[in-house]
Design a protein around this ligand. Structure first.
Ligand code: GLN
Length: 285
C-alpha cells in the first residue's frame, strides 16, 4: 500500500503530466477530500507516513481522473471559500471568484445599511448571503435557475443568514415596484462569441446560463438596469460586477437612465470590475 506522502507525490506528478495548473496544491486538496473528516493540507504532512486505505486510494484516483478531464477542483470537493466563509457549490452554479468580493466591498463602502436587499442572479448565494451576514439586512436571493436557488438556500441555511426568500426570477421580473434598497448582482456577462476562447474548466463545466450575456455581453445590463430601476425605492443603490470591456457601455446606460453617482471600482489586476450607482432619490426631479 501507499503512504499519504507517496500518494500525494504520485497525484502531483499525474496532474503535472496532464498539464493541470497548481498540480501539487491540487493533489493536496483532492487527497484531503479523499481522506475526509475535515482534514486540511497540513495534516497530510503531519501524517505523511500513514498508509492510505484502499477506499481512500480509490476515491483519490477518481478525483484525479475527474480533474484530468477538466472538472474544476471545486466541483469535486463541492466547496469554495469566499469572503472568509465556506460555500457549497455544484455544477448548477458558477464557482464564486475572488474578484467578485469587490461587489461586497463597494456595497459596504457606498450603500446605507437599512432596508431590504436583493441578489439578482445569486448562483451559489455568495454575494447575497455574505451581504446579509455582514450587514444584517434582510436579503432576498433570486435566480432563473431553481437548481441554483436550492444551492443558495442551502448555503444561507448552513451559514445562518437571514434570507427572506429564494425566488425563481428572470432578473427582476418576479418582483414588484419600489421594494428594495439595494440590488447586488454578478450577472452572466461573457460575450457569446468568447465561448470558444474560455478555459475548458469554465466552458465545459460551469453553467452557460451563469456565464453568457448576449452577443456583446452588455445586453443583459440593459435589462438588469431597467428591472432594478423598477424594483428599487427612489434613492436605492445598485452594485454590479461587469466584464472587463463593458465599462463604457454600462456607464452610458447609467447616464441615459434615472441614475446618478455612478462609480467604477477596479479589481487587483486593474480591470474595471464593479460599477455602482444610485437611483434618483426623487423620480420627479
Ligand atoms: N468572471 C467569470 C469568468 O471569467 C464570469 C462571471 C460572469 O459572467 N458573471 O469566468
Amino acid at each position: 500500500m501507499l503512504t499519504v506522502r507517496q500518494a500525494l507525490d504520485q497525484g502531483a506528478r499525474i496532474l503535472e503530466d496532464g498539464a493541470v495548473g497548481a498540480a501539487r496544491l491540487t493533489s493536496e486538496v483532492l487527497l484531503c477530500h479523499a481522506l475526509g473528516g475535515g482534514r486540511d493540507r497540513s495534516d497530510l504532512y503531519a501524517h505523511g507516513d500513514d498508509e492510505l486505505s484502499e477506499l481512500t486510494w480509490i476515491h483519490f484516483g477518481r478525483y484525479l481522473h475527474e480533474r484530468l478531464q477538466g472538472k474544476p477542483t471545486q466541483y469535486i470537493t463541492k466547496v469554495q471559500e469566499w469572503y472568509g466563509r465556506e460555500f457549497r457549490v455544484s455544477p448548477a452554479v458558477l464557482i464564486p471568484r475572488p474578484e467578485t468580493e469587490h461587489v461586497i466591498e463597494v456595497a459596504l463602502a457606498r450603500v446605507p445599511r437599512t432596508g431590504r436587499a436583493i441578489d439578482i442572479g445569486c448562483g451559489s448565494g455568495a454575494i447575497g448571503v455574505t451581504w446579509q451576514l455582514e450587514t444584517g439586512m434582510p436579503t432576498v436571493l433570486a435566480d432563473l435557475s431553481t437548481d441554483a436557488l436550492a444551492v443558495a438556500a442551502g448555503n444561507a441555511r448552513a451559514l445562518g443568514a437571514q434570507v427572506t426568500g429564494a425566488v425563481a426570477s428572470d432578473l427582476a421580473a418576479a418582483f414588484g415596484e419600489a421594494q428594495f434598497d439595494v440590488v447586488l448582482s454578478n450577472p452572466p456577462y461573457i460575450p457569446d462569441p468568447e465561448r470558444e476562447h474560455l478555459q475548458r474548466e469554465v466552458r465545459d463545466f460551469e453553467p452557460a446560463l451563469a456565464l453568457f450575456g448576449g452577443p456583446t455581453g452588455v445586453e443583459i445590463y440593459a435589462r438588469l438596469l431597467a428591472g432594478a430601476s423598477r424594483i428599487l425605492k427612489p434613492g436605492g443603490w445598485i452594485v454590479m460586477e461587469i466584464g472587463y470591456q463593458a465599462q463604457p457601455r454600462i456607464l452610458e446606460m447609467l447616464h441615459a437612465g434615472p441614475w446618478r453617482e455612478a462609480e467604477t471600482q477596479a479589481d487587483l489586476a486593474g480591470w474595471p470590475r464593479v460599477i455602482s450607482a444610485q437611483l434618483w432619490p426623487n423620480r420627479a426631479e
